[in-house]
Ligand binder design. Sequence first.
Ligand SMILES: [Zn+2]
Length: 186
Amino acid sequence: MSITTDARELQGEIARFRHELHQEPEIGLNLPRTQEKVLKALDGLPFEITLGKSTTSVTAVLRGSAPHASATKPAVLLRADMDGLPVQERTGARFSSKIDGAMHACGHDLHTAMLAGAATLLAERRDQLAGDVVLMFQPGEEGFDGAGHMIREGVLEAPGAGLMPPMGCTSFPPWSRMAGSAPNQG
Ligand SMILES: [Zn+2]
């Protein structure tokens, strides 16, 4: 089946996961319940998992098993931020935040759920991947230097050699950006 068909099949599951995250937002660098949910979503998939020491980050590495011509395997890093904001939710959504004074008002619940979806799709295609994929589930994006914590703890060295800059890096030329958007059907 095509990756698009598989992605469509996952849509309901990804939306459910996003709602779960949305109902229980956590703020800052310490997101234990969010980390737990991410680990549950990755459970059973062939990722090498490393948990943050100074934060509740999750680094998950998928070793591609397709043969590659060069001696150095390429690696790609995909990142999702996981933290919410100190905002009171008044949207009336059926999956509204259950935490007083905290809300996923910046879409990090979407980012996290989408990256978990990508984890499933990539894991199913592991034998077609000539390099490694690093998933970076990052806490503390909203002004807490979460990325800095993860870099100092070695996220960029996680695959070994050959890591490309993280997606969304502003030094990328516009044609190489891979982020996308679509009407929210969650
Ligand atoms: Zn944000």
